[in-house]
Design a protein around this ligand. Structure first.
Ligand SMILES: [Zn+2]
Length: 333
């Protein structure tokens, strides 16, 4: 089954060769730190390891998550610059956490992860989940293309009667969904935005969608700059016709309702606005791979993305993407 919505470094990883297909294979493959380090090295350097000191291409994994060059004996970290950087926990435990998270159909909670891995601290499980979420959507990914619906929705808070685009406590989430012919949805992009002005919506569309694509929106003024940005902008003015929004923009409304159900169900709606971006990233990761029956492939993709991003200090996780709140949390990385 096609792995929808990925811009892979390795185009077609094979089950049983590139990633474990079952829990039994997983256990057999990743029984030691050396085995985990070797796997990370293979994923991180798909063209093969090269010693940064002597250029040699023969190296062996050590039990401390490093590759030791056969020529000059220099040790190179396979975790430096990744979410595993400077971890004091075994890579085996990290691998188990990623396996756990990618094998939960609707995503794992911190409590579930804590129980599954036997963590003493809820906070550690929470921090690990957020580190993994950071790896779920990486910069430089492919933008959506073809025909794409765009709209905004409101998440969280308890305002019962929000009129139009006025909101006080709810977060505003911009949604873009590829619409496939003859039917069905492709990939999604989600982003929390400050407001529904053109200054917020135009950059969202430019980051999410390839120029030249057809972008379908309602008649809101916030979308008026799209044609100037190189999009084929198709506007449907809702007030001028009978069809309600879910008929005119079925894809975004379907995704919005699934997103809200997921936030309420898996996370009991307990998502602080500052952390919403990470949940949106996790939702995007799961949605874009919903047709992939191989859970092991999700494990592979998450490891692949985990070795391509920068490490995230705990204070940054706690503070959300923009705020820099510190914490007295006693957490182990
Ligand atoms: Zn060397």
């Amino acid at each position: 089954m096609q792995d929808v919505g990925v811009d892979p470094a390795t185009p077609h990883p094979q089950g049983g060769v590139d990633y474990p297909r079952t829990l039994l294979e997983f256990s057999e493959w990743f029984g030691s730190e050396k085995a985990c380090a070797r796997f990370l090295a293979d994923v991180r350097w798909p063209g093969g390891f090269r010693c940064p000191a002597c250029g040699g291409d023969k190296a062996w994994p050590t039990s401390r998550g490093e590759m030791r060059c056969a020529g000059c004996q220099r040790q190179t970290s396979v975790t430096a610059g990744t979410i595993f950087d400077k971890t004091r926990k075994p890579l085996r435990l990290w691998f188990q956490a990623i396996w756990y998270v990618t094998n939960q159909k609707f995503g794992g909670s911190a409590l579930g992860l804590q129980r599954s891995l036997g963590f003493g601290s809820y906070q550690t499980a929470w921090a690990w989940l957020h580190k993994m979420r950071r790896a779920m959507v990486r910069p430089g990914r492919d933008r959506l293309k073809g025909c794409v619906e765009v709209d905004e929705t409101y998440v969280g808070g308890d305002e019962e009667d929000v009129r139009g685009r006025q909101t006080e406590r709810k977060a505003i989430v911009a949604i873009a969904v590829e619409v496939l012919e003859p039917k069905g949805f492709g990939r999604v992009r989600l982003r929390r935005i400050a407001d529904c002005s053109a200054n917020s919506l135009t950059p969202f569309v430019c980051n999410a969608i390839e120029p030249g694509s057809e972008v379908r929106t309602d008649g809101w003024l916030g979308y008026t700059r799209l044609a100037a940005k190189g999009y084929r902008h198709v506007q449907t003015v809702l007030s001028a016709q009978e069809d309600p929004a879910h008929v005119v923009m079925p894809a975004v409304h379907r995704v919005a309702s699934l997103l809200k159900r997921w936030l309420l169900g898996t996370h009991q709606g307990a998502v602080r606005a500052a952390h919403l971006d990470y949940y949106l990233d996790e939702y995007t990761f799961r949605f874009n791979r919903r047709k992939s029956r191989a859970r092991g492939l999700l494990f592979y993709r998450l490891v692949e993305q985990a070795v391509q991003i920068d490490p995230v200090p705990y204070w940054q996780l706690v503070g959300g993407k923009s705020a820099a709140t510190t914490t007295d949390g006693a957490y182990e990385s």
